[in-house]
Each structure stands twice: as C-alpha cells, then as structure tokens.
Design a protein around this ligand. Structure first.
Ligand code: C2E
Ligand code: CA
Ligand code: CA
Length: 742
C-alpha cells in the first residue's frame, strides 16, 4: 500500500464535495414545505369545490322537486279562487285573488282565460302594462286534453331562465245530475256530461328568489371554506416546517462530514424517519473514520512486520531533524542491512524469508529503547532512529543489535539459519541537516561495514567515507577491467592448520586489487561491484590461471603444497569452467588433488543441474571441495549430509566471539560431529587467539584459519600453529607467556 494518506483523504474529500456540488447545481428554489402545503391546499380546495357543487346541485334538485308539488297546490287553490270570477263580476273574489298572489312571492302573475282562450283578467306583482295574450290554439288544445287528469295542468319551463315556470290549467265545474245524487259513483268523475269547462288559468312562477338565496348560501359556504383552507395551510406549514427542521438541521453536520470532519455530532431526532436518517449518517461517519484509520495504518506501516514503513519513517526523521536543529541535542540514524538474506529466500522460499524478516523485526524492536523508531526500509533493510543519543550511545545500541542478531537462530524445516547484519551509523547533529543526505550517509556507512567484513558496524565519517564511496562507484568497472587486462590483482596465501598437530595443512588463496598508491584493496570492497558489473567470472578465471602459475612456482620448493581457491557462482554459470581448469592445470602441471575448490552455500544448495555436472567432473579430475561460510545462510544439517564435501568451513561469525558465546560453541560442536560422521573435515575461520584455538580443538574441529595462525601473506609459508592440541598441555604456559610478551 503505497498511496499516502493525504492523497486518499484528498480524494475522499473531493468525491464527497462533488457529490454535494452536484446536489447543489440541481437545487432550485423549490421548498418542500411549500410543495406539500400547496398539494394539501389544492386537494382540500378540490374537495371543497366538489362539496359545494354537490350542495348546489342538491339544492336545485330539492327546489325542482318542490316546484311540482306547489304547482298542483296552486292550481287547485287558484282554480277555486278564480271560479267566482267566471260566474259574476265579483270584486271580493278579485281582492282575495290579489292577496293570495301577494302572499306568495314566487308567483309572478296569474291570468284567467275563458273557454275559448281569451284573456279575462290578470293579477301580477310586476305592474307590466303589457296585456296578457290570448292562448294559442295549440296551448288551448293541450290544456283541454289534461282535463280530468291526475295532474290536471301543463307545466312549461323557461329554457333560458330555468327558474321561471308557467303553469296552464283548465278550469271546470262538475255538475252532478239529480237522478244520480243518490248513487254517486266517485270513480266516474270525468264523465263528459257532468263536466263543464269554464276557462283556463295560467300561473307564472319565478323561483329566482330561491335560487338567489341558494347561491348566496353557497357563496358564504365558499367563503368559510376559503378561510378554513387558509387556516389549514398556515397550520400545515407550521407543522411541516417544524418536522422538516430536524432535516434542515442535518445540513450543517453533513457539510462538516463532507469537509472530512468525521467526528461530527448529530442531534437525536424525535421522528422515527429522521432518527433513521441520523442513524444512517452516524454509521456512515463511523464507517468512514474506521476506513480512514485503516488507510492510515496501511499507509504508515509495513504489512509484513507491522513496523513503520519507509514513508512514515521519513516523516519521523523529518520531525527529528527539526527537533535536533532546534534543541541542539544529537540523534543517531542506523541503517541495518541483513547479510546474505536473499539466500534464505532462494533456499526455502519467500514464506520462510517472510517469517525470518518478521523475527528480525521483533529482535530489532526489542534491542532498542521505547522512544526509538524502528522501520522497515526495503526488502531486508531496516532503519532505526535514536533520538537524543551521542556517538557512544549510538555505537552501543548498534553493538547490542549485532550481539542480539548473532545470538538469534531461526529454524526453518530442519535447517538453522543465522542471519547477521551490517549496521551503518550516522549522527544527526549541527544545523545543516538534510533528510536524503542522512539516509545516504547511513547507507554508505552500512556498505562500509559490509565490505569491512560482514556482521559489523561502521560509523559514517563525512569526508573519508563520502570520498571512498564516490571513487568506489565511479571507477570500479575501469579498474577491474584494467586489473584483468594488465594483471592488476595479487594473490595472498593464508595458512590453514591442523588443530591437533599444529601443522599447516593447506593455504587459502585470496585475491587483492593493487590500488593506485600501491596499497592493496580487500576483495569485499570490489567483488560486489565485480558481480554487479558482470566481471566476476572473469576474475575467477584469472585466479584459476594465476593460482596454477603460483602452484607451479611454489611446488618446486614445497611438493606437498595444497591450495584452496574460491570460485563464485558466476564461474559455475560458465560452461567452459571445467575444460578451462583441466587445460590450465595441465599447462602448469598442477596436480588436481592439491587443489581445494571453495564454494558458498548458496551455490551448493541451489544445485542447478549443470553446476552439479561441473562439480562432478572436477571431482573426477581429483579436486576437493569445501563448503564456505557455513552457517550464515540456510544450511540444514540433514542437507549437509547429502552434499558431498571434503571440508566444511564454519563461518567466522561463529568463531570470532567463541570464548564468550556458549550458543556458538554448541553450534560448532554439532557441526564438527556431523562433519566427522559424514567424513568431512571442519575448518574454523577467524581464529584470532589461543583461547579460541583450544576451544575449537575441544569441540572437535579439525582445522583452523585466522590471524592467530597466520595472516594472508605474499607466499605460502608452511608454519606450525603457535599451539596444537598434542602440544597444548606442554606449550600452554609458554604460549600464554608468549602472548603476553607480544
Ligand atoms: P572467505 O572465503 O570467507 O575468506 C576468508 C576471509 O576471512 C578472508 O578475507 C580472510 O582474510 C579473512 N580472515 C581469515 N581469518 C581472519 C581473521 O582472523 N581475522 C580477520 N579480520 N579476517 C580473517 P578476504 O581476503 O578479505 O576475503 C573476503 C572474501 O572475499 C572471502 O571470504 C571470499 O568470499 C572472497 N574472496 C577472496 N578471494 C577470492 C577469490 O579469489 N575469488 C573469489 N571468488 N572470492 C574471493
Ligand atoms: Ca573462502
Ligand atoms: Ca569463509
């Protein structure tokens, strides 16, 4: 996870913002409250209108229904009132008629006609001067036809003015004959002989009055309705705004949320719907902040070890630089690089490598103070920041780390791994500090530590180290090329003695590069560059030839001379290796059985088919094989038994502190036992003192190499060890005196 938290946060923010701005651009000025209230009012108004229309229609219907009944009643009464007018000129009857018409406001006019339809008299409210017209023949005919009917009148309705009616009714007199007086049959009332038509009455009715009253009522109903609507709209608005306020109140916290403030507080809502929204928002906020925290963790930590990663470490370092510049108190930066870690990956797979890296991370964290920062910088590189530390403190912490790592043994399947490390130290002091520069310094110092022999620390010295680093990188290819072309290398011979007899068994041949000033450069300084620039196998071939030449020369005086030569993996990648060795040895008269080839564990373990083939044919030739640097990588004891080696060279890191390290003693004892059982001789490197030498003897190691026995020299010199196991008891006192004297 390389994405930085800031970019992730920024993206989150912009997404939320765009969401909000999209919402904003779509936003008009419509208010939810207004919309709901208007819907409410419109629907109420519609219902009201329907109710009023219903009221009007119902009112009309009731009125119309009544008109019919009144018409009958009026016809009968006016019939009775009008009859006298036909018989005599009765003023009294006329007055009665007038008062009758007066009593009913809906009666506009009453007119009487004679049997032939000629108007006789008319009484009306309106004093219209227009005389009443005679009845038309058709009206006459129709009116005569209803005589004797159940509803003995005609009713015509004004088409233009529905509230105006005209009723036309015939007036007749029923005369019963004397002989029928006693057996009067009421069912035969319309017998023509007994009915005498007097004339006709027409009644003009005007119900506008009622209609107007109805309309008046409806008008006030509408008014009431409007008032009610207004009140309900206002009240609805109030209630709704109150309910929606809870939603509007959410705007501010949501805006805060969008700004990235995930700790916003939402007010609890009283309505369930809104409470649910609040709840959803709250869980969104907490999910966001959980993800934020997770992203932060991922962005700051190395997923394998849980330590800070490079990004986070650089932040911490930046802070520390400011703090050092402000306070004037020194701090230290350590660059820790695992030695030969990649072989573990090669031999056991990445899962095993990962497990080991985790173990190393734990060990590192345990080795430092609480306030120190340990981070994983790259694959097998770690960095440690020690705040408020002087040079002595930094050195002691680095030594603690080295010691703890040395002690650490990691088991994988049946194999025991020892991963040691090189530490580069640089100090943060003064005012002109630059982050990149500091990292670079610690890195350079770490490389220095590596090339000084692994499993050690180096403290960066500004001028010397920087220069060395610069020259190291600029000129290596040319220098190595030149050395190959013009024999710029030299050989050194380091004796390897039998511990029991003290006699030199053989010499290891070591390469040196002649520097411009004539000083010799050690192989750890230039071999890594040779590997990187693809010159390694050429160097090995150069060595084969020059070792053969040296053998030819030295064997003249020392026929029992035996030499060990280091060959790299690159040499074995060259298919010509075996042929070249055969040819060269033949050329210089080298007895192959006098040559031991030292190869490293990584090469032996990888067991590539063609490597196996080459080892086999060199073996057949008579060469012996030594497994170099045993214990540094991934060796397993059971595996060791399967490989056929003549010598096992126990790595110097187990030997250099042997007297003080019981774990190393146990390891070496075990290696020696297995070697013996498998018929392999064991060699211990880095034997630097008498005590180590005698302990190695007790542990059962066969041979010893180291400055105590002899330093690499220009020529192979057979010399006996200062002490040997057989002479130890006799010589011990003497050698100790000897040592003291030196
Ligand atoms: P190595 O094969 O493990 O060789 C032993 C190294 O340990 C040598 O360092 C030797 O000088 C050093 N040594 C032995 N005893 C002591 C001691 O008591 N104290 C100290 N401080 N050092 C001791 P050197 O010569 O610097 O070689 C380093 C490595 O370079 C060798 O480690 C080997 O891996 C490589 N190398 C040296 N010469 C050749 C060569 O001709 N060809 C190849 N391929 N590699 C070589
Ligand atoms: Ca060696
Ligand atoms: Ca070695």
């Amino acid at each position: 996870m390389n994405a930085s938290v800031d970019t992730i946060k920024a993206e989150l923010k912009t997404r939320l913002k765009s969401l909000f701005s999209r919402a904003r651009t779509k936003r008009g000025n419509r208010l939810l409250v207004h919309e709901i209230v208007s819907i409410q009012v419109i629907s109420a108004a519609l219902i009201g209108a329907l109710a009023i229309a219903g009221l009007y229609w119902g009112g009309q219907w009731i009125l119309q229904d009544n008109y019919g009944r009144w018409a009958l009643q009026w016809t009968e009464e006016l019939n009775e009132l009008g009859s006298p007018l036909y018989l005599a000129d009765d003023t009294e009857a006329l007055i009665r008629l007038e008062s009758y018409v007066e009593r009913y406001p809906e009666i506009a006019r009453v007119a009487y006609f004679d049997a032939r339809g000629t108007a006789i008299i008319s009484v009306g409210k309106t004093n219209d001067t227009e005389p009443v017209a005679n009845l038309s023949a058709r009206a006459l005919h129709d009116a005569i036809a209803v005589v004797g009917n159940k509803e003995p009148y005609l009713m015509s309705k004004g088409i233009l003015e529905p509230q105006r009616f005209e009723i036309l009714a015939p007036l007749w007199k029923e005369s019963i004959s004397e002989d029928d007086l006693f057996d009067f049959d009421p069912s035969v009332v319309d017998s023509a002989e007994r009915t005498e038509l007097l004339g006709f009455v027409s009644i003009n009715l005007d119900f506008v009055l009622f209609h107007d009253r109805l309309v008046d009522n409806i008008e006030s109903a509408i008014l009431v309705l409007l008032v009610l609507l207004m009140i309900s709209a206002l009240y609805g608005r109030y209630v709704l705004s109150k309910a929606l306020k809870a939603i509007s109140d959410l705007q501010e916290p949501i805006r805060e949320l969008a700004k990235g403030n995930l700790s916003v507080k939402f007010e609890p809502a009283e309505h369930r719907e809104i409470a649910e929204i609040v709840e959803a928002l709250e869980s969104t906020a907490s999910a966001l902040s959980a993800r934020d925290a997770e992203l932060l963790r991922l962005a700051n930590h190395d997923s394998l070890t849980g330590l800070y990663n490079r990004r986070r470490f650089l932040e911490v370092l930046r802070h520390e630089i400011t703090s050092v510049m402000r306070s004037g108190r020194d701090s230290a930066l350590l660059f820790v690089d695992l030695d030969q870690f990649k072989y573990i990956n090669d031999a056991c797979g990445h899962a095993a490598g990962d497990r080991l890296i985790r173990k190393v991370a734990d060990e590192l964290s345990r080795s430092v103070r609480r306030d120190d920062t340990v981070a994983r910088f790259g694959g097998d590189e770690f960095v440690v920041l020690l705040p408020h530390t002087d040079l002595a403190g930094a050195r002691s912490t680095a030594e603690t780390i080295l010691a703890n790592m040395r002690r650490m043994a990691h088991m994988e399947d049946e194999r025991v791994f020892h991963v040691h490390c090189s530490i580069g130290v640089t100090m943060l002091s003064g005012t002109n500090l630059q982050q990149d520069e500091l990292i670079n310094q610690a890195d350079i110092a770490c490389r220095e530590a590596k090339s000084g022999g692994r499993n050690r620390l180096h403290i960066f010295e500004p001028s010397a180290d920087a220069e060395q680093q610069a020259s190291a990188y600029i000129g290596w290819v040319n220098r190595l090329r030149n050395a190959l072309d013009y024999d710029g290398f030299e050989l050194r011979f380091q004796p390897i003695n039998s511990i029991s007899t003290g006699e030199t068994a053989h010499h290891e041949v070591l390469i040196r590069l002649r520097g411009d000033d004539g000083k010799l450069i050690l192989p750890d300084a230039f071999l890594p560059s040779a590997v990187r620039f693809g010159l390694m196998s050429e160097i090995d071939f150069w060595m084969i030839r020059h070792v053969a030449m040296a053998y030819a020369e030295e064997s003249k005086s020392n026929p029992r001379l035996k030499l060990a030569i280091n060959l790299s993996a690159n040499a074995f990648e060259d298919d010509n290796l075996t042929a070249y060795i055969k040819k060269t040895f033949a050329e210089f008269g080298v007895r192959p059985s006098s040559i031991i080839i030292e190869i490293t564990e990584s090469l032996a373990i990888r067991r590539l088919a063609h490597v196996d083939q080459q080892i086999k044919s060199l073996r057949e030739l008579g060469c012996e094989f030594a497994l170099d640097d045993f214990g540094t990588g991934y060796s397993s004891f059971s595996y060791l038994q399967k490989l056929r080696f003549d010598y096992i060279k126990i790595d110097g890191s187990f030997v250099q502190d042997l007297p003080d390290n019981p774990v190393d003693q146990k390891m070496i004892k075990m290696i020696a036992e297995i070697g013996r059982e498998a018929g392999m001789k064991t060699v211990a490197e880095y034997v630097r003192n008498a005590e180590t030498f005698s302990i190695l003897g007790e542990l059962g190691v066969d041979l010893a190499q180291g400055f105590f026995i002899g330093r690499p020299a220009k020529r192979p010199k057979a010399k006996s060890a200062p002490i040997s196991l057989t002479s130890r008891r006799i010589k011990l006192t003497a050698s100790q005196t000897n040592l003291k004297l030196r």
